[in-house]
Structures are given as structure tokens and as C-alpha cells.
Design a protein around this ligand. Structure first.
Ligand code: TEU
Ligand code: CA
Length: 567
């Protein structure tokens, strides 16, 4: 028998995703909150940038306790964002422009205002078992201190269990108490969720981003885990994920939800290592097309996200290389520095001072976009948008940051220290309004924005960036075009050079006799290229992209990066 021809790589290997956080993107009616008509009015901007897929953070009906990640009706659009007709129009408007639509489904939990949970609160209801209700710990009076069924902490602070005095039982919420976890062990729950997915497939979406999807595989019996006082979800993870079950449920979701349609799925998986990621994205297993993983974003933390650690470039490179190799033969990853949960990359690991902001934003983009995987861009990242200078905790809206601040100060942390941690890692850094132009409120709204605009919008904005050939925006556009042009970027092999270099990044990609080399200076000092152990003299190749012009061949300027190709 002859070997079957290998299948061509799927289309999304050479695609780029752009994430929109609807609340903060564009407000069409002056109420200060971004909305779907606002998004539609800006789609041509995305076409100009050149992206292929648009991921929309949740716009479903929601009390907005966690900005839409608490869904009270999967089939309704929240009135702050528009109507179902607007959603249909949005899907159509994207398709007309050749953009694919990725919607964000939160299937691990609902809002406590979802009809299912309201019904579930009644102990005799047939929906009682749709969520995780548990009695108090043996030997404890229900509701008494320490009586929670397990010692798990919620991701947003406090216990993961909420006491219900009416039924004298607790329900599980790994996130806010307004986000009760759905019991996927119950087949009726699974069927209701699959039906929801089919409903959106029928409306024409192209795929799903699946929120914390590996958390749906919970063990049958809940047990105490290792928990440090005041620490959150990260410590409890091993005790609350049954990995085999997560795989099984995700495969069922794919089979029952997609039907015979070919859709595109991105699973956000927490606490997952390379081996597990490979299983989730092995095409033969029909689970997920790619995953959103966290290991590379944890280099500046130890344990929970709020426990800060100094950034180490060699450590980041080692993690990236391990993932590049681990998913080389089987599996696929997303590539990202930014999303609605992360601070801005240029402030985090770059240099957002006026002198280096543009170059460092570009260089972090070069490093990411030339790796194997599908690059994700979060709104404003392509402008080099920065973290927000919060004057006090009152200016911080996010439930996660407020939960941390509350817990940390209650345990004795000095409020200024806690605020500084929030300034570095808080999610609101990413949620300030998109900076469209230099007009009042950055052109985001004609009203009062729900969260303040970053004061630097007069300099950092889309109108200025699009008009400037040397802008961060122009660099992202060039990187996106390269991804479409060069198969070597999506499918070439990867080799890391100079792994221990403290401030330089260099790697090689190879595909069928073609070679591509990326070199980058992640510091504000010049960097001689000889330090990066390149296997070939760069100038013998063609420099196809760079952040600087007229710099010396042998030395990278501060935050300079270049891409060379040999054919
Ligand atoms: O985030 C999943 C998650 O693990 C969060 O704890 C995330 O790591 C944290 O916010 C980082 O600071 C997803 C969504 O992306 C997030 O916006 C939601 O709040 C969360 O799920 C609950 O739905
Ligand atoms: Ca609005």
C-alpha cells in the first residue's frame, strides 16, 4: 500500500486573529459603552490591517459582573451592546469583508441570573443537579466559618463556595459568586449546551473561543487541595480538573455541537502543559484546533498572578522553545502577549517611555509573529497602547483586581503595595477604551466612557498610526502580510539560538531548503550581533523586515529587531 498524501495544512495555520472587547472598542450611541453597531463601523479598519479572524469577547445577555463572562442568556444580546439583529448584521458585515467570526462561549459557568440557576436554587427542582450543590463539611454547622465543602479559593478572591441560607447548602463558583459552575456530569446540562452551540452555528458564526474549557472536566468527588492562605484558583487546579473527562466532554462538544460543519475552535485551557496541549489539539482526536495557554505569561509571577517575580528573558525563551518543539509534529498553539486579561506588553516587558515605546512594541511583535502557531492581536496592541496610570483603587473596576486588593489588604498587605501590583498586572490595563484619534475621549464615545480613557491618547491613536509609515501599526500590518505570504512562518521548523543571552532573542525557522532568521534586541542598550551565535552572516540573506533603518549591520540598536531570509 502506498502512503496517503499528507493533508495540506489547515487554513488557519496562516491566519491572524484580532480580538475585540466590545465594551471598549467603539460606542455608537454615546452611552459610554462600546456596542455592536460601533464595531460594524470600524470593520474596514481591520480589513486595512489585514487580519483574517475576529474574536469577539462575550456580547450575550449578562448582568456584567465579569463584563459579559457571566452569561444569563446564551441566545440573547445584552441591550448595552445591541440586538440580535445587530449580531446578525455584524456576522454578515464581517463575511462581506472576508473576515471570519469567532464568538466567545462561556460554558463552564453561567450567571447566577441565568434561568437555569434561578431554578436550581430550589432544592426540589429538576435543575438542582445542573450546578454543584454540596452540604457543609462533615461536623460543621452549615454557614459556620470553615464549613465550606472544600478549601478551594475562587479566582477572584475568597472561597469558591457560596452559602445559600435557604437550602443550607453551598454552590461552587470557581470565579465570582455570581458565576456558578455548571455540572457537566449531568447529561441534560451537556445537551442544553450543545443545543446552544448548534443555535449559533446556524446563525453563521465560523467558530468558537471556549472560555476555561478544560475546567468542565471536574472529578466526581471533591477533596481539599493545597491552598495557601489568600491564594486563588491556581493552587486548587490539580484537585478540580479531571483531565480525561475534560477531553471526553470537549470531544463530545465538537461532535454534537459542530455537527458536520467544519468550524474553527480555540480552547482557553488553564494549567495545561505541552503534552496535554498536544492531546487537545491532535487533529485525530477532534477536540480543539488550537489552545490558549498560560505558561509563557507566567514568567513574571510565581504561583498566583499577583505574586510578582522579576522578568527573565532566558526563562521566557526556554518556555517558548519548549512549546515550539512540543507541538511541532502534532498539535497547534495560539501565539499571544495580550488579551483582555493581561496588562499591555509594551508596558510589561517592553519600554513604554517616549524614547523606546514604538521600537519595543514592534520588537515584541516581531518575536511573536515569526513563531509557529496562530498569532493573536488584542485591540490597541497594534498601536502600542500602554498600561493605564491608575491613581487609586477606586479607579479600578475589574472584579478580579478588586478581589485581590480586598483579600491582600485584609491579610495585612500595605494598600500602596497592593495598588502597585494591580497597576502592573490588573486587567483594566487592557480594558481602557480603544484610542481611535486625538479628539475628546479618543474618539471612542461622545459621552462619558464606562472606564477612563488613557490620557496618552492624544499621541497614541489609530488615526496617527495609520498615517505614519513608521508606526507600530505599520509594523503589525507588515507582519500580518508576511504570515500570509511565507509558509515557512506557519510550518517551518524552529531552533532557538543563544538561549542564555539575557537581552537578545534569536531563532531560525527552516522549511524545504528555505531559512529564516529572527534577531531582536530586548533592551535599551545596543547589542552586537556576534553575541547571538548566528550560524550564518545575516547580510548574506535578504532582510525582509526590520524595525529600524540605517543602523549598523553588526549591531542591533536598542529594541531593534530584523527578519532575514535565505532561499
Ligand atoms: O479567564 C480564565 C482565567 O483563568 C482567568 O483567571 C484569567 O487567567 C485571569 O483573569 C487572568 O488574570 C477567562 C476569561 O478570559 C476571563 O476574562 C474571565 O474572567 C474568566 O475566564 C471567567 O469567565
Ligand atoms: Ca453604546
Amino acid at each position: 500500500m502506498t502512503e496517503p498524501e499528507p493533508l495540506p495544512p489547515p487554513w488557519w495555520h496562516s491566519a491572524v486573529v484580532y480580538q475585540i472587547y466590545p465594551r471598549s472598542f467603539c460606542d455608537s450611541n454615546g452611552d459610554g459603552i462600546g456596542d455592536l453597531p460601533g464595531v460594524i463601523s470600524k470593520l474596514d479598519y481591520l480589513v486595512e490591517l489585514g487580519v483574517d479572524i475576529v474574536w469577539f469577547s462575550p456580547f450575550f445577555r449578562s448582568p456584567q459582573v465579569d463584563n459579559g463572562y457571566d452569561i444569563s442568556d446564551y441566545r440573547g444580546i445584552d441591550p448595552i451592546f445591541g440586538t440580535l439583529a445587530d449580531a446578525d448584521m455584524l456576522i454578515e458585515a464581517c463575511h462581506e469583508r472576508g473576515l471570519k467570526v469567532l464568538i466567545d462561549l462561556v460554558l463552564n459557568h453561567t450567571s447566577d441570573q441565568h434561568a437555569w440557576f434561578i431554578e436550581s436554587r430550589v432544592p426540589t427542582s429538576s435543575k438542582r443537579d445542573w450546578y454543584y450543590w454540596r452540604p457543609a463539611r462533615a461536623g460543621f454547622e452549615p454557614g459556620a466559618p470553615g464549613a465550606e465543602p472544600t478549601n478551594w479559593g475562587s479566582a477572584f478572591g475568597g472561597s469558591a463556595w457560596e452559602y445559600d441560607p435557604e437550602s443550607r447548602e453551598y454552590y461552587l463558583h470557581l470565579f465570582a459568586k455570581e458565576q456558578p459552575d455548571l455540572n457537566w456530569l449531568n447529561p441534560a446540562v451537556r445537551e442544553a449546551l450543545f443545543e446552544t452551540v448548534r443555535w449559533w452555528v446556524a446563525r453563521g458564526v465560523d467558530g468558537f473561543r471556549l472560555d476555561v474549557i478544560n475546567l468542565i472536566g471536574k472529578p466526581e468527588v471533591f477533596a481539599d487541595g493545597y491552598v495557601e492562605p489568600g491564594s486563588a484558583l491556581s493552587y486548587a487546579l490539580p484537585d478540580l480538573i479531571d483531565t480525561e473527562r475534560a477531553h471526553e466532554f470537549i470531544a463530545a462538544l465538537h461532535q454534537e455541537g459542530w455537527g458536520d460543519k467544519v468550524l474553527f475552535s480555540v480552547g482557553e485551557v488553564v494549567g495545561v502543559d505541552v503534552e496535554e496541549a498536544r492531546r487537545y489539539t491532535d487533529p485525530l482526536r477532534c477536540e480543539l484546533d488550537m489552545v490558549i495557554t498560560f505558561e509563557h505569561m507566567a514568567v513574571d509571577e510565581h504561583g498566583p498572578k499577583w505574586a510578582l517575580k522579576d522578568f527573565s528573558l532566558p526563562e521566557l525563551k526556554a518556555i517558548l522553545a519548549r512549546w515550539q518543539h512540543g507541538l511541532a509534529e502534532v498539535g497547534w498553539n495560539s501565539l499571544y502577549w495580550c488579551n483582555h486579561d493581561q496588562p499591555r506588553i509594551v508596558s510589561r516587558w517592553g519600554d513604554d517611555s517616549p524614547e523606546h515605546r514604538v521600537a519595543s512594541a514592534k520588537t515584541w511583535a516581531t518575536i511573536l509573529h515569526c513563531l509557529r502557531g496562530t498569532p493573536f492581536i488584542y485591540q490597541g496592541e497594534e498601536l502600542g497602547m500602554t498600561n493605564v496610570p491608575f491613581a487609586s483603587i477606586e479607579e479600578v473596576v475589574d472584579i478580579e483586581a478588586r478581589g485581590f486588593f480586598h483579600d491582600a489588604t485584609a491579610m495585612g498587605m500595605d494598600p500602596e503595595t497592593a495598588l502597585n501590583i494591580v497597576r502592573r498586572k490588573g486587567r483594566d490595563n487592557a480594558r481602557s477604551p480603544m484610542q481611535w484619534d486625538a479628539s475628546p475621549q479618543a474618539g471612542f464615545t461622545t459621552g462619558e466612557p464606562w472606564i477612563p480613557v488613557n490620557p496618552n491618547y492624544t499621541e497614541i491613536n489609530a488615526a496617527a498610526a495609520v498615517a505614519d509609515p513608521a508606526s507600530v501599526w505599520a509594523h503589525y500590518r507588515a507582519l500580518i502580510a508576511l504570515r500570509h505570504e511565507l509558509t515557512i512562518l506557519s510550518d517551518g521548523s524552529f531552533e532557538l539560538l543563544a538561549p542564555d543571552h539575557e537581552r537578545g532573542v534569536a531563532y531560525v525557522r527552516i522549511l524545504e531548503g528555505q531559512r529564516l532568521i529572527v534577531v531582536a534586541n530586548c533592551s535599551s542598550e545596543p547589542l552586537p550581533l556576534v553575541e547571538l551565535d548566528l550560524p550564518i552572516i545575516p547580510e548574506t540573506g535578504v532582510r525582509i523586515l526590520g524595525t529600524h533603518e540605517g543602523t549598523s549591520c553588526e549591531v542591533l540598536a536598542p529594541w531593534e529587531s530584523r527578519v532575514y531570509v535565505w532561499t
